[in-house]
Ligand binder design. Sequence first.
Ligand SMILES: Nc1nc2c(c(=O)[nH]1)N[C@H]1C(S)=C(S)[C@@H](COP(=O)(O)O)O[C@H]1N2
Ligand SMILES: [Mo]
Length: 361
Amino acid sequence: MRSPAKRDDMLVHEREPYNAEPPRGALTDALTPIEAFYGRNHGPFPDVDRTAWRLRVRGMVTRPLELSLDDLRSRFTRHEEIATLQCAGNRRAGLMAVHDIPGQHPWGPGATSTARWAGARLADVLDAAGLDPGVTDIAFDAPDVAPEADPPQGFGGSIPAAKATAAEVLLVWEMNGEPLPAAHGAPVRVVVPGHIGARSVKWVETITARDRPSDNFFQTSAYRLLPADLTDPAPGDGIALGAVALNSEILCPDDGDDLIAGPVDVTGYAFVGDDRTVVRVDVSVDGGRTWAQADLDDQVSRWAWRTWHTTVDLPPGPATITARAWDSSADLQPEHPASVWNPKGYVNNAWPVVTVTGHDR
Ligand SMILES: Nc1nc2c(c(=O)[nH]1)N[C@H]1C(S)=C(S)[C@@H](COP(=O)(O)O)O[C@H]1N2
Ligand SMILES: [Mo]
């Protein structure tokens, strides 16, 4: 497949495999247009023939299934869910500024986007297959082979069975009302709202019911939070990433902007996974000495980010704008990226900062 149809001003970290994020300003709406939606790929796009494509459901099930796209669409009820995808590497650049992370892309704040997804509930498909009582995890496998996967294997991962059978997890064939684009996993991808993007496996071919997490490289070795001093990790080391940690970003103004001193509109997003919700966002223009609460925009879906806005009084001269989000468990984002630095550069959820200059009119 050629390069996906994206905005000209995407920040391309890598052309092949395609890894790109939109500029901050492209993410201010509740829903992200497909041409701005970030792309994160570990290997080249696979060639999938949609008529020959079959979804296999196997493992610890009573009735193994083999479903065509037509089977999936006709046998199961179509459901929609507006959900944010967020890569575990989102905002990694902030960790790399603390200490280099070789071999990883320096993602800014744009490795996250929100779409309206439609497809079948994974729960309904698992129900048709009949899960054995001992099932604890549901694994997904795709055909695209990443150079980093050791040994060579397709992309894959798993989620706990309790999440897999929740109503929000979909097998998706539509994105923002259009057929799912090839670059985002056509004919069918998994969307796991509230969990790291890596579990939303694109071009999914096999679903396996298991009594332990997936053995796939991207479950056992990648997407794990390692202690900062671990230099030679083995598979299974560190914390497997699942639900998305509380995070936020400033989308407007952009870092480095020259502005007129005085009232300045500030907007951003805040997001947290699974059973927590964003309940408060504070903004500071004096480096965190004093804070004012931002207005939270209406949340378009339980599984979408919360966009927010406020107006600050920007002083003349160089200034920093800082934000920090709170969630329904009274958790607050950590202040410094240094305190969350980890060898693979995941989950930078430190306070976002943009540096701007206020000019006299
Ligand atoms: N088959 C497959 N699925 C995949 C990936 C991949 O490389 N291959 N990348 C994952 C990661 S790390 C993320 S963050 C999301 C990105 O989805 P997008 O490219 O549609 O934005 O897809 C996930 N699903
Ligand atoms: Mo990711």
